[in-house]
Design a protein around this ligand. Sequence first.
Ligand code: PLP
Length: 413
Amino acid sequence: MNKRHIQTQILHLDRKNGAEHGANHKPIHKSTQWAFDCAQDIVDTFQNRRSGYTYARGGSPTTAALDAQLNALEGGLGTVTFATGMAAIATALLALLKAGDHLVASQYLFGNTTSLFNTLGEYGISISYADPTDAAAIEAAILPNTRMVFVETLANPRTQIADLSGIGAVCAQHGLVYVVDNTMATPALVQAKNHGASIVVNSLSKSLSGHGAVLGGSLTDTGLFDWSTYSNIYQGYQIGDPKNWGLLQLRKKGLRDVGGTMSSDTAQQISLGLETFFLRIERASQNAHQLALWLSQHPSVAHVYYPGLPNHPQHERAVTMFNGQGFGTLLSFTLKSDAKSAFAVLDDLQLIMMSTGLGDNRTMTLPVAQTIYAEMSAEQRNAWGIEDGLIRVAVGIEQIDDLIADWAQALKI
Ligand SMILES: *Cc1c(COP(=O)(O)O)cnc(C)c1O
């Protein structure tokens, strides 16, 4: 039989993995403690020689069911979930880096990630930022003590597309852990493992859960990195096949030290969102593409940033990197100087919400420079290409005609 589509696999995974009493959904396990029948079992579980649950900070059967679904999506070796995307990223860095290490990061990162990296800079991890659209720029930033490279597939809000494969080759050549935050592209459109990622980050608060009603994050070990060569794996996690060392350290040490564990209630809610993940992404990406085309032809619009448009600087790369189901749900645009001001246009919207959300079912918009990048200096915003009048649109699954009609009336002078 042909390998089934991942959406089909996810819909049936809980049942196939033996959810209790033949239930279609993995039940919500509320226990925080597990008991053992014999002393050797509790000892082996504590010493990582036997799989099992001990205390729910390290995960529960319900989070494990979500881990399995996300892992199927990413084609990974294993996946660990966290309470938020930021908890996932913080855990990856705290569990895998030490003082004295160097990190090369994309210069176009989710703002809160940059904030975290700057904090880690205060704890002895040095960081260089480089342009991820150019693998040579990333390579040029590598130092003898570099351990990790961290990039986002698709940057928010200007939609720069990283050279994922080129950077993957650089990381493989230099033996570096390659962390790809794939939140904005999503695994429905880009599978980061195919481009050499060692670890894939997803914020589950966005398109993967989809309804703007729950927070979560995940780390997937793709199985591509050779952990036997990595100097930061602690002795206690060098157990069994070296392939599993990184994942073991992320799960055991990561969840233990940071404690950013996802609750079982949240895990089941995200699993329900995953049941319609491909449907929602395909619809929202089509909407975003149509809206980007319509805006780019509007007389008041100066420029539209969307990877599906032929004038996007990385359009050719996007065509080969994205799997043909769409170019993502995010776009941004600026207005001409003789048009209404960005604030006036946003104030006149009747349907589309002014909100910081991404990957919701509802379309959301905001003025970028004055909100999510307000803490950044004007100079730095300039370097990132964030003009004062830049409007971000996170496109949802409404009927496209209704979205276009709302922008049309708001843009009217
Ligand atoms: C939202 C987001 C995060 C953080 O996720 P939270 O779940 O909000 O903590 C990280 N990276 C990217 C690219 C995001 O969009």
